[in-house]
Every structure is written in C-alpha cells, then in structure tokens.
Ligand binder design. Sequence first.
Ligand SMILES: [Zn+2]
Ligand SMILES: [Zn+2]
Length: 174
Amino acid sequence: MQVRVTDVKKWVGREETVQFREPWPLVVAERAEAPLKQPAAIEVTVRNTGRALLAEVHGEAEISLVCSRCLTPFWLKLPFSTVEEFREEPGPYEADAEYYRYLGDHIDLDPILADLVALAVPLAPVCSADCKGLCPHCGVNRNEATCECAAAADPRWEALAGWTPAGSEPDSDA
Ligand SMILES: [Zn+2]
Ligand SMILES: [Zn+2]
C-alpha cells in the first residue's frame, strides 16, 4: 500500500488523511500465514514534522484461524494502530530501524502492515473466551453437544482397576 506524500512533504505542519479500501498486499497474508478477509480497510494520517513524516495507521484485519480448543475454524478481528516515522533518504529497508526510509512521492506501508498483522495473531487462538473445547475422551465438541464422559469414573481410580487385594490371587499351583 503506497501513500502519496507529494503535497504533505512540501510544507512543515501539513497533514493529510487517506482511507484505503483495497486488497491486502500479498506480503501481509504471507506473514500472517492465514487467509484474510478482503478488502483491507485502513486509515492513514501523514504529518510533516520538518525532520520527517509521521504516519499514523489505524485498521483492522479479519483473519481465518482454527480454535486451539475445539478445532473449529472462525474469523478473528485484529484491530491495530501504530505511528511510524519516515525520512526521505536513500538506503535499504531495515526492519528494526528507528525510522523507515522513503524516496520520492510515496511511502510504502506494506512492511509495517505485515508486522502489525503478524504480531497481532494469537499463538493459541480461541473462538470465544468460554469455548468448552473437545471432550478428551470421545472428541465431541462440547460447545455443540454433551457426552456421558464427564460422569465417567474419576481417573485417579484407574490405577486401582487392575489391582487385586493381596492373598486373593487364584492359586495357580493348585
Ligand atoms: Zn473453540
Ligand atoms: Zn466425551
């Protein structure tokens, strides 16, 4: 996503807001490692501070994930916002630099969006905070059905199931 800064970079103090409604850049979907609902809706305000351009980015990604408890696919909304500095100077892109570089009439938001979305994806996503998950015994989705397993024997007694009291073994020598 390219933001045109031709005008804003001419005067210190100038500010412009642009709204994007377009497909997610490929790099964002690749970093997120999951399908994204299209299109992206992002608002960017670029401010000329004299030394640099400050880009304030707000948006929301909706991403297709699989619940880590009940294994059901679901859509998760990931709101994000950030403020990044851009300075007009030559040089390569550096992911961990204090500021980004640009040359000419556009700043490139793609690497920033890719970072924002990738970092917002939870490691163990859940479809809802009170997801009951799958039954560890029969595998039924406890959000949709109940099973009888909950009433089964306390697992702490399982070790005793094969135990026979001393002296009561059948006499094999007989
Ligand atoms: Zn779930
Ligand atoms: Zn069960």
